[in-house]
Design a protein around this ligand. Structure first.
Ligand SMILES: [Zn+2]
Length: 254
């Protein structure tokens, strides 16, 4: 449970967003620079980011965190009307902005993105490293849903563009809010044939490997991308849906 940031303000600051009401407590989120700028802020407020403090959050607090981040990021980008460019004003506890000229209502946006664990239907999974990632850092494939595209079509297109494989048996497995800046990651499994040649058509992927369950378990055991272990493959950290998908797939072989 997050500690209450009590005694900071007598009322919510203008740029605060309402996360909800817990009992009699109204929970608001503000930017950390606002806390730093405000001389009335308590000196015992500890600031942290998702990577340094994410492991301290339980599921409810993680929900609060990503909701706060999504809302505050949207607020930063929504100061002007998309239709006529006039200023907008914040309302509804930060969950809506209204155009001062035409009255158009703007709401927080979410961009769907797919993340897909490609496997061979047996004991191998495809891991890929983006060309601009450090050596040894691998994950599953991911990409944004394009306008007018179904999720299933997006999975097929992304896998084809990134590694040149044709997938089948596309199955939804779960989702994760990813407000960096405003994505919703939708997780899928799909099957492909390891005998097909890997072709990195769009240049995004620098390297890809078919790995066995034993190799994935080994990579999970040495830690994550931050590990200094002498391993050939490192996998994403605990906050990512990619790791949870790989953990579940690796367990399924037991
Ligand atoms: Zn307008």
């Amino acid at each position: 449970m997050l500690e209450p940031a009590a005694d900071l303000y007598s009322e919510p600051p203008a740029r605060a967003v309402l996360l909800g009401v817990c009992g009699t407590v109204h929970e608001w989120a503000v930017r950390d620079e606002f806390l730093a700028d405000n001389s009335s802020a308590g000196t015992d407020v500890e600031l942290g980011d998702l990577r340094s403090h994410g492991a301290l959050l339980d599921a409810a607090d993680a929900d609060r965190y990503v909701t706060a981040l999504a809302l505050l990021t949207w607020q930063d980008d929504a100061h002007f009307c998309a239709r006529d460019g006039a200023p907008t004003t914040i309302t509804s506890g930060g969950w809506m902005r209204v155009c001062t000229a035409c009255g158009r209502e703007e709401y927080p946006r979410t961009d769907p993105a797919i993340i897909c664990l490609v496997h061979d239907g047996a004991d191998r999974v495809l891991l890929a490293r983006q060309a601009n990632w450090p050596a040894r850092n691998f994950s599953t494939l991911a990409g944004f849903v394009e306008a007018g595209e179904s999720l299933e079509s997006c999975v097929a297109r992304e896998v084809a563009e990134e590694v040149g494989l044709v997938v089948s048996d596309v199955v939804y497995v779960g989702s994760q809010p990813w407000p960096f800046p405003r994505s919703l990651m939708l997780g899928f499994h799909a099957t492909a044939d390891p005998r097909e040649e890997l072709v990195f058509m769009d240049g995004e992927i620098g390297e890809a490997l078919w790995c066995t369950r034993a190799e994935v378990r080994e990579a999970l055991a040495v830690g994550d991308w931050t590990s200094s272990a002498d391993a050939h493959v490192l996998l994403p950290g605990a906050v990512s849906i990619a790791r949870r998908m790989l953990e579940a797939w690796a367990r399924a072989g037991d």
